[in-house]
Design a protein around this ligand. Structure first.
Ligand code: SF4
Length: 404
C-alpha cells in the first residue's frame, strides 16, 4: 500500500468543522429562521449561487455531498440503493449517492443532507442534472428553478449571455415572489465581491505550484476545495483561503516540497478519484510525481466579471469549462502544461461523467502531437469504486512514469 508521503496542509484540519457547521446551519435555518424567511436550497455546482446568498438562502450542493460519500467510501452502497429502485449502473454516481442517501439516510454521512425548500439547477455542466433535480422535485414536492445555458462553441456571443442573463433576472423575480421580499442589490454586490476575493486567493494558491519544487500537490487542492464550492460568497470561505494561502506561501518561502524528492511534474484532468485520495495519488507521490495543477479545481478559479450583476453572472456561468468546446478545453490543458512546466498529463476517464470524459482521447492525441508531452488515460469513477480496477490502473501508471 502506498505510504502517505505527501503532507496535507494544516489548514485542512478545519475543513470538517467548516462543512459540519454549514450543514447544521442549512438544517436548522428553515426552522429557526422561519420568521425571517430564511430557506435552504439544493443547487448544482454551476448555478449562480450569489443570487441565492443575496436572498439569505443557504445553498447546499448534492455534488459536494457526493464527493464526501466518495472520500468516505460509502458511495457504492448508496448507489446500490438507487440501483435497487431502477436507476442504471451507468448514471452519474454523484446523483445516485445523493438519491441513495435520501432513501437510506442512516448509512449516509451526516445522516443525509438537510431537506431543501427549493431546487435550483443549471445545465451548464451536463444534462444529467436536469433529470436528477426533476426526481428531487417530485420526491420532496418542492419547486424547481431551471437555468438553461446554450453550449458555447468558440467565444461566447452577446446574445448567448443575454439569454442567460434574462433567466437569472427572471429567477430573481421568482425568488422575490417566493420569499415575498425584494432582492437587495447591495447585498448581491457584496456577495459577488466576497466571491471574487476568495477566487483571487484560490488562484494565488494554485499559482504557487508554478515553482520548483511545488509547495502544493493536487490533493491539497482537492481536499481544500469544499468551502470554495459550498461557501462561495461568504466571509467564512474568504478567511479560510487566506489561511491556506499563508501556509502555502510559507512552504514556498522555506522551499518545502509538497512531494518529497519531486522528480516529475504532472497535470490532472477530470474529477478526482475521491476514494483514492491517498492510495492512488500516493502511488504517484511515492515515485516523486507531483500533480502541479488540474482542470477540475481550476473551474473555481474564475472571477465574476465587472458590470451589471445579472449579465456578469451570466457571462461567468455560461462560460464554465464543461460548457465549452474541445478547442477551449485543449487550449486550457495545453497552457497548464506550459505554465506549470509539466512533464506529462493524466486524464481520468470518469465513467460517471460523460460530459467531462467523452472528448479526452482526442484532446490527448492533439496535445501529445503539438507539445510532444506524454499523456495517460486511466479508467475509473469519481466515487463508485466498483468501477475501478486498482491493479490494472496502477500497472499502467507505473509504465507511464517509467516512460517519462
Ligand atoms: S454527470 Fe458530471 S457534470 Fe453532471 S452531475 Fe455528474 S459529475 Fe457533475
Amino acid at each position: 500500500m502506498a505510504k502517505k508521503i505527501f503532507k496535507p496542509l494544516k489548514a485542512s484540519e478545519k475543513i470538517n468543522k467548516i462543512l459540519k457547521n454549514h450543514y447544521l446551519k442549512a438544517k436548522y435555518l428553515p426552522t429557526l429562521g422561519k420568521f425571517f424567511g430564511y430557506k435552504t436550497a439544493w443547487i448544482t455546482s454551476g448555478a449562480p449561487v450569489e443570487l441565492l446568498r443575496a436572498f439569505g438562502i443557504e445553498p447546499v450542493y448534492p455534488e459536494n455531498y457526493g464527493a464526501i460519500c466518495g472520500a468516505r467510501k460509502v458511495s457504492p452502497s448508496l448507489c446500490q440503493v438507487a440501483e435497487n429502485r431502477g436507476y442504471s449502473l451507468d448514471l452519474c454516481s454523484y446523483a445516485k449517492s445523493n438519491l441513495g442517501s435520501i432513501w437510506n439516510p442512516k448509512e449516509s454521512p451526516f445522516n443525509g443532507l438537510p431537506r431543501p425548500d427549493l431546487l435550483v439547477v443549471c445545465n451548464n455542466i451536463c444534462g444529467t442534472v436536469l433529470k436528477w433535480y426533476e426526481t428531487l422535485s417530485r420526491e420532496f414536492n418542492i419547486p424547481l428553478f431551471i437555468i438553461d445555458t446554450p453550449f458555447i462553441t468558440g467565444e461566447p456571443q452577446p446574445w448567448q449571455i443575454q439569454y442567460v442573463a434574462k433567466q437569472i433576472e427572471k429567477l430573481a423575480i421568482e425568488l422575490e415572489k417566493f420569499f415575498r421580499k425584494k432582492l437587495d442589490l447591495n447585498r448581491l454586490e457584496k456577495v459577488i465581491l466576497l466571491a471574487n476575493e476568495t477566487v483571487d486567493l484560490w488562484k494565488g494558491i494554485r499559482n504557487f505550484a508554478k515553482n520548483k519544487p511545488s509547495p502544493v500537490n493536487v490533493t491539497d487542492l482537492f481536499i481544500n476545495l469544499g468551502p470554495m464550492v459550498v461557501l462561495r460568497g461568504t466571509e467564512v470561505a474568504r478567511d479560510f483561503y487566506e489561511e491556506v494561502y499563508r501556509e502555502v506561501e510559507e512552504r514556498y518561502k522555506a522551499g518545502v516540497p509538497a512531494v518529497e524528492g519531486e522528480k516529475y511534474r504532472l497535470v490532472w484532468d477530470n474529477i478526482p478519484i475521491w476514494y483514492g485520495l491517498y492510495r492512488f495519488y500516493g502511488y504517484f507521490a511515492e515515485r516523486g510525481a507531483v500533480f502541479v495543477t488540474d482542470s477540475y479545481t481550476g473551474g473555481w478559479a474564475v472571477n465574476i466579471k465587472k458590470g451589471p450583476p445579472f449579465y456578469a453572472l451570466a457571462e461567468t456561468y455560461a462560460g464554465v469549462f464543461l460548457n465549452r468546446d474541445l478547442e477551449f478545453r485543449k487550449n486550457q490543458l495545453q497552457s497548464f502544461i506550459e505554465e506549470f512546466s509539466a512533464d506529462g498529463f493524466v486524464m481520468h476517464s470518469n465513467r460517471s461523467c460523460k460530459a467531462y470524459s467523452f472528448v479526452q482521447e482526442e484532446i490527448r492525441r492533439q496535445i501529445m502531437r503539438s507539445l510532444g508531452v506524454p499523456g495517460l488515460i486511466v479508467d475509473a469513477d469519481m466515487t463508485d469504486s466498483r468501477l475501478y480496477s486498482e491493479e490494472t490502473v496502477l500497472n499502467r501508471v507505473q509504465a507511464f512514469l517509467e516512460s517519462l
